[in-house]
Ligand binder design. Structure first.
Ligand code: 5AD
Length: 437
């Protein structure tokens, strides 16, 4: 009987794509996707380690899987991705029932790891940090969507933000050759895909290793020439290196979505320096002003960490002030979480947990109001939505505008994966309501 696998993904868009690569390789090796964990012979947790909470979540899930294994001894459990890389052998001590342990970028080896785990009483382990770009060329991707595809353009990160664990889990930056990226996107468009999301830790640090030597902006321009490709997104650029050339590439190609995710992390120059972010509040605001002056309006979203070591009330007020000034379209905000190996560990963790919580709530409330007002201003506009569908409701559909806002509206199921025109008729702080026209 064909063995079945189920993958549970924690964390970022890159992890979502890694899971599709794992699934692709397992399918290639003769396994079949199960509809849920209960129907699977192999369960793989693709994990995140960016904050301690993500690690705890994975351990909590492992606790449940331990109980499943007690009644089903043939069940294989794998832990892969960033938390697996970071925890390493420590994880096997805490959860000795785990059969597979592998870091990120091991999707192309997953079938082999499952075979090894099956044949041995010992876990199959691969925690080698690949410096070799070869695994980036993975053609066995089992995509969850038929219209939107994540595309790896680079892996790893050479930026050393003092809070960030990613360099220790995904390694140094390796870029894919532009020709390979272009070929992959062309093939996807030929299969009917409408949107690609270019993924890398710091996409604007992309440097084509081939003689073509394309910059990120040049790659965007070239991708925009592919006929039939409706939407191009990317995540995420670093404020350092958000050049006029990149903005110009965006503005001159309407397929490139009206959205920039520009992580700021803090509005205080003092804190930014301690974070190793290489820009100041002022230089960040200069970039925002440049984006705001673009002839095509662009939504701007960001990531913010509250309670970084040494963050004072005054620093936090600088961050709140920045929210007022930038008027972000959306904000992902987090309490600082000390991570192993990171330089910020040496700074201690001196903002008390309750204070972090208070700052987070305060910031989120402030931002909610900003979004509420911004969304209110969108009423009456007629805009294009790439429809994703919503499995839980029979008639309601949802999709994204090019500015990345989610719109809910009613329509037939066959609109899924297509672009529909809707008039915006209602709103909350987090989404819009619309009527199809
Ligand atoms: N603590 C809290 N948030 C963090 N992030 C990264 N590292 C940490 C940490 N140690 C946040 C940053 C980043 C986002 C993906 O996660 O805001 O942009």
């Amino acid at each position: 009987m064909t063995r079945k696998f189920f993958i549970e993904t924690f964390g970022c868009q890159m992890n979502e794509l890694d899971s599709e690569k794992i699934a692709g390789n397992l399918q290639h090796c003769g396994l079949e996707a199960a509809g849920d964990a209960a129907g699977a012979d192999v369960i793989i947790l693709n994990t995140c380690s960016v904050r301690e909470k993500a690690v705890q979540k994975a351990y909590a899930r492992l606790g449940e899987l331990k109980r499943s294994k007690a009644v089903r001894q043939d069940l294989l459990v794998g832990v892969v991705g960033c938390m697996a890389q970071l925890e390493g052998e420590r994880l096997l001590k805490r959860a000795p029932f785990v059969n597979i342990l592998a870091g990120p970028q091991k999707g192309h080896l997953m079938g082999t790891l499952v075979e090894r785990a099956q044949a041995s009483p010992f876990p199959a382990v691969n925690l080698r940090m690949d410096e070799d770009p070869e695994p980036l060329e993975n053609t066995q991707v089992l995509r969850a969507s038929r219209w939107r595809a994540g595309i790896t353009i680079s892996e790893g990160c050479d930026q050393r933000c003092s809070f960030c664990v990613v360099p220790f889990t995904r390694g140094r930056q390796r870029d894919r050759e532009s020709a390979h990226i272009l070929r992959e996107v062309e093939e996807l468009v030929a299969q009917g895909f409408l949107e690609v999301v270019l993924l890398g830790q710091m996409v604007n640090a992309y440097r084509d290793p081939s003689p073509a030597g394309m910059s990120f902006a040049a790659l965007l321009r070239r991708l925009a020439q592919i006929g039939g490709l409706q939407r191009i997104r990317f995540a995420s650029p670093h404020p350092v290196g958000f050049t006029g050339d990149l903005l110009d590439a965006m503005v001159s190609h309407p397929q490139i979505c009206n959205h920039v995710h520009l992580p700021v992390q803090s509005g205080s120059t003092r804190v930014l320096r301690a974070m190793g972010r290489d820009y100041t509040r002022e230089t960040y605001l200069d970039i925002v002003a440049k984006i705001r002056r673009a002839p095509r309006p662009m939504a701007i979203s960001t990531d913010i960490i509250v309670g970084f070591p040494g963050e004072t009330d005054a620093d936090f007020r600088d961050t709140l002030g920045l929210l007022d000034e930038v008027q972000y379209d959306s904000v992902f905000s987090f309490k600082y979480s000390p991570r192993p190996n990171t330089p910020a560990l040496a700074l201690g963790d001196d903002v008390p947990e309750e204070e972090k919580g208070r700052r987070l709530t305060f910031l989120q409330e402030r931002q909610k109001l900003i979004q509420y007002n911004k969304n209110a201003a969108m009423q009456g506009q007629v805009l294009e939505v790439l429809v994703d569908g919503r499995p839980r409701s029979r008639f309601a559909l949802s999709g994204r505008l090019t500015n990345n806002r989610v719109v809910h509206f009613f329509g037939p199921d066959d609109l899924k994966g297509r672009i529909a025109k809707v008039e915006i008729t209602g709103f909350t702080a987090n989404s819009l309501k619309g009527v199809r026209i």
